[in-house]
Design a binder for this molecule. Structure first.
Ligand code: SAM
Length: 267
């Protein structure tokens, strides 16, 4: 078994076990971000009614549904069958006719060259072992002038990227590595994409909610270990999460840094 195959199994295991919890987290915490991405990636396009958008690593459809309101047709693709089932159920409940969800791998997208006008990928590159392969696949299926929007966790001026990634990996073994802003820009350039929009923002998260979305509750060995690692960094913010206790509730909180990068395929 290759390390890629083994990692894909880990991703499927994790996101099958946490499909409902992740769905609840994404539904309450990521709606505004998803709307914003859909708005940014379609900004200035005169007629989007005939466009095909492909949402790679779509999960429960967090980015897929806001895109469906703005383009002709959207196909969400994900490697985890449970996520595809969840997304299909949502589409059926919403009565949407222009959305489809299919099983597939970002490393080998089942689309012809130039098939899509828009490709999106939310909060998933940090689960991939070969980000360059995935970004070049996403660019391959774009038509010239088509746009790629990636929204993901990012390292900006992190004092110790290894410490940051170690905390993420203990919480969720399917986490691989966060890219820096410069690394994301280099991936775009190598894939023939010109950057149109780059935005970095910070989200303050409740530690317990964040652990719950990955299937861990207080007292679990994974919860205890992740919390200890996060708390150990409070004095010097060694991992760049800016962890602290809420002045009102005393709950442990931290900051996650997010990048939105929209690029255009130049030829
Ligand atoms: C953190 S979730 C993000 C889901 C959704 N895009 C969102 O923003 O809420 C990560 C998703 O990436 C999927 N995934 C990870 N690696 C993948 C790959 N190589 N190909 C397709 N999907 C992948 C997982 O199955 C999971 O559904």
């Amino acid at each position: 078994m290759t390390s890629e195959t083994k990692h894909a199994d880990t991703v499927r295991e994790r996101f099958t076990a946490t499909v409902d919890k992740f769905n609840a987290f994404a539904g309450t915490k990521r709606g505004a971000e998803a709307d914003h991405l859909a708005e940014c990636v379609t900004a200035g396009l005169l007629d989007t009614s005939a466009l095909l958008a492909v949402d790679v690593a779509c999960g429960p459809g967090t980015l897929t549904f806001p895109l469906a309101a703005r383009v002709g047709r959207v196909i969400g693709i994900d490697i985890t069958p449970a996520m595809i089932e969840s997304a299909r159920g949502k589409a059926a409940r919403k009565g949407l006719q222009n959305v489809e969800f299919i099983l597939g791998d970002a490393r080998s997208l089942p689309f012809n060259d130039g098939a899509a006008g828009i490709v999106s990928c939310g909060f998933s590159v940090h689960h991939m072992l070969e980000p360059a392969k995935a970004v070049s696949e996403m660019a391959r299926i774009l038509n010239p002038g088509g746009r790629l929007a990636i929204m993901d966790l990012v390292l900006i001026d992190s004092p110790n990227p290894a410490a940051n990634n170690a905390i993420e990996r203990v919480r969720d073994p399917s986490h691989t590595t966060k890219q820096t802003g410069a690394q994301f820009r280099a991936l775009y350039a190598a894939a023939g994409l010109r950057v149109l929009t780059e935005e970095v923002s910070e989200r303050r998260y409740d530690f317990d909610e964040w652990m719950q979305s990955a299937g861990s509750a207080p007292g679990d060995p994974c919860y205890v270990k992740t919390r200890r690692m996060m708390e150990d960094t409070i004095p010097d913010d060694a991992a760049g999460f800016h962890p602290s206790y809420s002045a009102t509730t005393g709950a442990l909180e931290f900051v996650s840094t997010i990048l939105l990068l929209v690029g255009e395929k130049t030829k």
